[in-house]
Design a protein around this ligand. Structure first.
Ligand code: NAD
Length: 509
């Protein structure tokens, strides 16, 4: 039986209004449209978030546009100094931000702190902006001619973010975008919008000029307004695949630079030579952490050969020890899902899996805390096959599937034929096979005995296939490239006395 940590009942019964942040101050919405925000552990509404109209989005874009000329002129060393101040403030308030995340998303506090910490690493990377923006210089490219390259900001950039990382994913975007000299309009998820407003206040406190960073809340109407606004130069999106594809298509059609990161179905391959206990620990951690609501969560285990029976047994043994409960309770290890609808949708896959012929080894519906919160216990489905919907769909909850194959080659084929290509992991003690795997697997982020291979901040994050629309991955070197445009200057300072008309094409030799 899964152990249950009790909800503390600390949430204020009042429903808070969550407003936009435009031009350096909180701006109450006037559209008359809004949406509910819940404490998922208690199943009660705690907030009501304003939904921006097209006009209100326009006001945020206008504030960002007005702030751009002065912001791009700020010297690199001043920008760096400010980023260090932002880094210090986010670091000092890490726990405050994490509490907001737990309150609205549901993830346990330790996990929420981990989220902010990983976002902080992207801010720290952005602190190196003078080095990151260094160009190239070729002296004497031709006689008396020097050529050099610089990278310049784009202008006003927009970020549209998902519910599952309400602080970290926006940091993946705004930290490099601002460091590069752009101004920014963020449209966070309407399910857990408060962290973005809190961070906006921190940026102001750090000394960021008004209008450089703005937040508008809302749904499709606000997103479409951003995609169509002529003064938005670039759009970064992270969310589900159908919306990522829509954002990419619409944004590009409107002439914007777009990077749109989509959904995932991450496989973890366990070879027969793997340490089964280590693989089981990794599978449970990566499958059920944050209740499976991570784009890098392991959702399919591929057990090769005789690894399968031992692996199923080892995971089954671990599941009753996973403590499901309110994320504010220190002993909770897995919180609720974000909304009741999402919990019900995830739970429906257990029924669906059974009907399709999968074996329900552990049924999370039987172990979920029953306090009105949006809980679902850890669920394990064995004998899942690629034709099943539980295999094909991104379930995005604490439902881990196991598929059994006979060979390494079959396992790799499964991954390579999958329409998603975000993360993948292999567990083995054979270095040669691991080397072959990283060479031939079609996914953007590969773990060797690492179940959640999220790249460190000085590499870039991104998937392949239906997990990414656009050319550039997010944060790290590719993030800097995304938020800047290149310029190459060819320069000479000749003696005017040597000047003459020459209609030939310029030669370098
Ligand atoms: P979502 O696609 O429903 O929403 C993402 C954003 O798009 C939100 O801000 C939302 O308001 C907006 N949106 C929703 N419907 C829209 C529509 N019809 N038109 C325009 N905008 C719309 O995603 P979610 O449920 O918030 O987040 C979970 C998804 O995000 C999962 O699929 C997960 O894999 C994915 N994700 C991917 C990554 C990655 O790096 N690839 C990271 C985190 C999450």
């Amino acid at each position: 039986m899964t152990q249950v940590a009790q909800a503390p009942g600390t949430t204020d019964a009042k429903v808070r209004r969550i407003s936009h942040w435009i031009g350096g101050r909180s701006v109450a919405g006037e559209s008359g449209r809004s949406g509910p925000v819940y404490n998922p552990a208690l199943g009660v509404q705690t907030g009501e978030v304003d939904f921006a109209s097209r006009d209100e989005v326009g006001r945020a874009v206008a504030a960002a546009k007005e702030a751009f000329p002065a912001w791009r002129e700020v010297s690199l060393s001043r920008r760096q100094e400010l980023l260090f101040r932002i880094r210090e403030l986010v670091h000092d308030r890490l726990e405050d931000i994490a509490r907001i995340l737990t309150d609205e998303h549901g993830k346990v506090l330790s996990d929420a702190k981990g989220e902010v910490q990983r976002g902080l690493e992207v801010i720290e990377h952005a602190c190196g902006i003078p080095t990151l923006l260094r160009g190239n210089f070729s002296e004497q490219a031709s006689t008396g001619i020097d050529v050099y390259s610089i990278r310049q900001p784009l202008g006003v950039c927009a970020g549209i973010t998902p519910f599952n990382f309400p602080a970290m994913v926006p940091m993946w975007m705004w930290a490099p975008a601002l460091a590069c000299g752009n101004t920014f309009v963020l449209k966070p998820s309407e399910k857990d919008p408060s962290a973005s407003v809190y961070v906006a206040e921190l940026l102001k406190e750090a000394g960021l000029p008004d209008g450089v960073f703005n937040v508008v809340h809302g749904d499709k109407e606000a997103v479409d307004a951003l995609l169509e606004h002529p003064d938005i130069d670039a759009v970064s999106f992270v969310g589900s695949t159908p919306i990522a594809q829509y954002i990419y298509t619409q944004g590009s059609a409107n002439g914007k630079r777009v990077q749109a990161l989509g959904g995932a179905k991450n496989h973890m391959i366990v070879l027969p030579d793997a340490d089964i206990d280590m693989a089981a620990d990794a599978a449970v951690s990566a499958g059920y952490g944050s209740a499976g609501e991570r784009c890098m969560a392991v959702s399919m285990l591929v057990a090769v050969g005789h690894a399968a029976d031992d692996l199923v047994g080892a995971i089954q043994e671990r599941l009753p020890k996973v403590k499901v409960g309110d994320g504010m309770q220190p002993d909770s290890e897995m919180g609720p899902l974000v909304t009741r609808e999402h919990r019900d949708k995830v739970a429906s896959y257990i029924e669906k899996g059974a009907a399709e012929g999968a074996k329900v080894v552990t049924d999370g519906r039987e172990t979920a805390p029953d306090n009105g919160g949006f809980f679902l216990g850890a669920t394990l489905l064995d004998e899942v096959t690629p034709e099943m919907e539980v295999y094909k769909d991104e379930i995005f909850g604490p439902v881990l599937g196991i598929t059994r194959v006979d060979t390494y080659e079959e396992a790799v084929r499964l991954v390579n034929e999958n329409p998603y290509g975000n993360g993948v992991a292999i567990f083995t003690r054979d270095g040669g096979v691991a080397r072959q795997f990283q060479f031939e697997v079609n996914a953007g982020m590969v773990g060797v005995n690492v179940p959640i291979p999220v790249p460190v901040a000085y590499y870039s994050f991104g998937g392949w296939k239906n997990s990414l629309f656009g050319d550039l991955h997010i944060y790290g070197p590719e993030g800097i490239q995304f938020y800047t445009q290149g310029k190459v200057v060819t320069s000479r300072w000749p003696d005017p006395a040597t000047s003459k008309v020459d209609l030939g094409f310029p030669q370098t030799r």
